[in-house]
Design a protein around this ligand. Structure first.
Ligand code: C2E
Ligand code: CA
Ligand code: CA
Length: 329
């Protein structure tokens, strides 16, 4: 029945002369097994509905008792995250991004980690989306940006002026993170704007609003670079590369990992590199782990490589060591 409802609602209809689509996500809970009063039943159904949305929308889910526990866990984690920000439990690691031709490190990507007092080290995949939902990403993201830039300045002072790449959530942009604020911070830190790259997602570009375009253009005018992360995983409307002022695209590791044995992925990666070249955009291949992948990418003129083949993400002082070693070699 739920599927029938979804199918019916998903049929296109005409609204003021335009073909229009909507969808639906459905949560289901059963009386009296799951709960005995209306408030609890509605809360259960709501939880199940959000689970259906998370699963990619236009889907349905039945409530389960583990959902309850998971919601509780998330609430706890959110509380811990607020406290963790105050207690300085977050720290950054840096992964080298290496020039394919001369093998020099040209950028480092800042990747956030959380040292939780009870649960130990928590990887970003487990808390970034929660931070986005709760709005905490604004505070956390700003902390990351400031600290990463200060670190890059330090490397410059040590004689290694490598660029720093920082991941930005679209939430931060929507919450009003302005280019003025970024420029003020860069001035305070003393870092050249051209040494900072902001990694944004395809999703932001797909929004394709005047506001987004304006934001991107004001960033461009400051000299700060823009990079499209996880390229190829979104809706792959390549035309936006022409519309938006991007400097770099990062081919998602999902494609890179199969270039040596999957013909389709190899073709796709070659096409992305060729397209980027024609738009004067640099290409980083992410998740490069093997010699074979490197060879393929080098052969097809990919500009930069990031991945375990060269280095895992490193503590700041170890990255400096890596830079020194690279220069010596
Ligand atoms: P991402 O931006 O795509 O970052 C690259 C991820 O791939 C990192 O995982 C990195 O450790 C991993 N990786 C690098 N090379 C290889 C490789 O050769 N093989 C494999 N299998 N993996 C490799 P990490 O550090 O767990 O970060 C996961 C994601 O969390 C990031 O994906 C990014 O989307 C998000 N993230 C991390 N730090 C921040 C942050 O400060 N702000 C925001 N908004 N998101 C962040
Ligand atoms: Ca990234
Ligand atoms: Ca990525």
């Amino acid at each position: 029945m739920a599927q029938k409802i979804i199918n019916k609602i998903s049929e296109p209809f005409i609204l003021e002369g335009n073909e229009t689509f909507i969808g639906a996500s459905i949560g289901i809970t059963l009386y009296p097994d799951d709960a005995s009063d209306a408030d609890d039943l509605i809360r259960n159904a709501d939880m199940a509905m959000y689970r259906a949305k998370d699963a990619g929308r236009n889907d349905y889910r039945f409530f389960t008792f583990t959902m309850n526990e998971q919601v509780f866990e998330r609430m706890q984690l959110e509380k811990d995250m607020r406290a963790g920000l105050e207690r300085n439990e977050f720290f950054l690691e840096y992964q080298p991004i290496v020039d394919t031709v001369n093998e020099q490190t040209v950028h480092a990507e800042a990747l956030v980690r959380w040292q939780h007092p009870e649960h130990g080290l928590i990887p970003p995949d487990r808390f970034i989306s929660l931070a986005e939902e709760s709005g905490l990403i604004n505070q956390l993201g700003w902390w990351v940006l400031e600290n990463a830039c200060a670190q890059a300045k330090q490397w410059s002072l040590n004689g290694y002026p490598v660029g720093i790449s920082v991941n930005l959530s679209s939430r931060q942009i929507k919450a009003g993170l302005s280019s003025e604020k970024i420029v003020t911070m860069l001035n305070e830190v003393g870092l050249e704007p051209t040494l900072l790259t902001l990694e944004i997602t395809e999703g932001l570009l797909l929004d394709d609003t005047e506001e987004t375009l304006l934001w991107l253009n004001t960033i461009k005018q400051t000299g700060v670079k823009l990079s499209v992360d996880d390229f190829g995983t979104g809706f792959s409307s390549l035309s936006y590369l022409k519309r938006f002022p991007v400097n770099i695209i990062k081919i998602d590791k999902g494609f890179v990992q199969d270039v040596t044995h999957d013909h389709d992925d190899a073709t796709l990666v070659k096409a992305i590199i060729g397209l980027a070249e024609s738009f004067n955009i640099n290409v980083v291949a992410e998740g490069v782990e093997t010699e074979g992948q490197l060879k393929f990418l080098r052969q097809h003129n990919c500009d930069m490589i990031q991945g375990f083949y060269y280095s895992r993400p490193l503590a700041a002082e170890n990255l400096l060591g890596y830079l020194k070693q690279g220069a010596a070699a």
